[in-house]
Design a protein around this ligand. Structure first.
Ligand code: ATP
Length: 507
């Protein structure tokens, strides 16, 4: 207490967190700093610790950043408040010559920063410090600093999607302030996720009464309707309302005043089979509308006509779904009996889907969590890994970035851990795409490879894993091949090194 927190304190804690692999040490370092902050510093300092610009992006490009070459100051003296002021100032600059004026304002800030602070600020503005993987640690640190239950912090974060606002509320008003976070129409919440089960029988045995549903290979959507206003969001909470007019129209036609629906969407071919996942994702990014219609397959209802259903058991949420969107539900069945579940699984595979998701009928909606209440069952195993680098190809692949270096997520928030390489499964189209894309995301390289900002996620099919002395995680992929890129996921959602190690045990 008493001594003022400086930017240099945040930078030091940030470095400490990056340097240790102990989750406990990370949490403690952040909590100690949070406790020292003045109330108005909590939100911006939390943003800085999470690698985000306080208040959101400021529109400064790498070319501006790399043009700044300012002599560092010797003594740390920048306060959190002065950083916030400059960020606001830079964000407000618009009109002609704005790049130059932004550079001027930033240059002024950097001139007051020490060398360490300068490199922190440059990486911060460049978006390089953003670390989804730290979210879990931050949630725990906020709980420790505010002396409240982690669960209360997690819930507020999931509903708001914003760590700074969550920290601010926790430290200002404790659990009572956190409990005020509600599901708001038009503000997407992070979707509930599933964890893998080895077999259908194992999932059924573990969960008791369940809903067994097709696992469609489409794209996750969350639809909010408030009166006539309909908004659609992706799994990463990006709004795509304008790209999916047919879904908006359909939900506007449902018989209700307000609703929040969770589901999957995909396009079908003439035979009614799912079109490739890439085509659905292309619709989410495309400016021009494509011909294939997207169909929604809803599997959850989080709000209906003024009533929040998040904390209700799935059984009740499915009843609400049946009431409001009966014709647009994902195919599935309630069990027992388990023969019915097996029939749904076979049917899903026969129709070209991935498998099934088995869901505990008694469970609430756990936003943002990969819990045990939803289990996915698939016939084969894949891993979602982060692309760390790529090597220039030879022969037929000359001139293309080809062999991918793949990393698994460090659950403690450190950089991804390399587990293998592959160029198998890459189509000519993907080779061309990644050659172009990687060079834009390059952080450097040498004659034979390009290193990337670790943010692209790729889904890898593999035969298994083996212990390895060559790779730092002690484990290497066997016969890995690229299935597809996962633009709907960021690095924080990649599989962890633990998930890879678990496969050693013959899963
Ligand atoms: N019936 C369903 N219930 C829930 N999710 C479903 C269902 N059908 C398809 N999905 C999709 O599966 C995802 C849930 O599986 P999981 O939590 O493992 O995500 P994932 O890692 O994207 O899965 P995968 O990589 O296996 O597709 C959801 O995000 C959703 O897009």
């Amino acid at each position: 207490m008493g001594d003022m927190v400086l930017l240099s304190d945040v930078v030091a804690v940030s470095a400490e967190v990056a340097a240790t692999s102990s989750r406990k040490a990370k949490t403690a370092a952040i909590a100690v700093l949070l406790r020292r902050l003045e109330p108005q510093e909590v939100a911006p300092a939390t943003a800085l610790l999470a690698g985000e610009l306080p208040g959101g992006r400021a529109g400064v490009g790498w070319s501006t950043l790399s043009s700044l070459n300012v002599a560092p100051s010797r003594e740390p003296r920048l306060t959190i408040g002065s950083v916030v002021e400059t960020v606001d100032e830079v964000r407000a600059i618009s009109g002609s010559g704005s790049a130059q004026r932004r550079a001027g304002a930033l240059g002024g800030l950097l001139g007051e920063a020490t060398g360490d602070e300068q490199s922190f600020l440059v990486r911060l503005f460049g978006g390089e410090l953003r670390q989804g993987a730290l979210e879990g640690v931050m949630v725990e640190a906020i709980a420790a600093a505010a002396e409240v239950r982690t669960e209360a912090v997690r819930r507020a974060f999931m509903l708001s999607g914003r760590l700074p606002a969550t920290a601010e509320a926790a430290l200002r008003g404790g659990e009572a302030a956190l409990a005020e976070f509600r599901l708001e129409l038009g503000r997407p919440i992070r979707p509930m996720l599933a964890s893998p089960a080895d077999t259908l029988d194992a999932a059924l045995a573990e969960l008791g009464e369940c809903s067994v549903e097709h696992k469609l290979d489409g794209a996750r959507i969350q639809v909010h309707r408030d009166g006539d206003e309909v908004r659609v969001y992706t799994r990463t909470l990006r709004e795509i309302t304008r790209n999916v007019a047919e879904l908006v129209e359909l939900v506007r036609g449902l018989d209700c005043r307000s609703v929040v629906l969770d589901g999957e969407t995909l396009a079908l071919d003439d035979a009614g089979r799912p079109r490739p996942f890439q085509e659905t994702m292309a619709r989410f990014g495309a400016q021009e509308q494509r011909a294939e219609l997207l169909h929604p397959y809803f599997f959850d209802c989080l709000h209906l006509d003024g009533t929040d259903l998040l904390d209700r058991p799935l059984r009740d949420r499915l009843a609400a779904l049946e009431q409001v969107a009966a014709g647009h539900r994902i195919p599935g069945v309630l069990t027992p009996p388990s023969e019915d579940a097996a029939a749904v699984f076979d049917d899903a595979l026969a129709r070209g889907h991935e498998g099934v998701v088995v869901k505990d009928l008694a469970s609430p909606y756990a936003a943002g969590r990969r819990g045990k209440a939803w289990r996915k069952v698939k016939p084969e195993h894949t891993l979602d890994l982060v692309v760390l680098a790529a090597e220039w190809g030879h022969g037929r692949r000359r001139g293309y970035l080809s062999n991918l270096h793949l990393g698994a997520r460090d659950p403690d928030g450190g950089p991804p851990i390399m587990v293998g390489k592959t160029f198998k499964g890459l189509t000519d189209e993907l080779l061309a795409w990644q050659t172009e894309e990687f060079q834009q995301r390059s952080t450097g390289g040498d004659d034979w490879s390009v290193h990337l900002v670790p943010e692209l996620v790729v889904e890898i099919e593999l035969d298994g894993v083996q212990t390895s002395t060559r790779y730092p995680g002690g484990v290497a992929l066997r016969f890995a091949r690229v299935l597809r890129y996962r633009p709907d996921k960021d690095a924080a959602e990649a599989d962890t090194i633990e998930a890879v190690r678990e496969m050693l045990r013959g899963r």
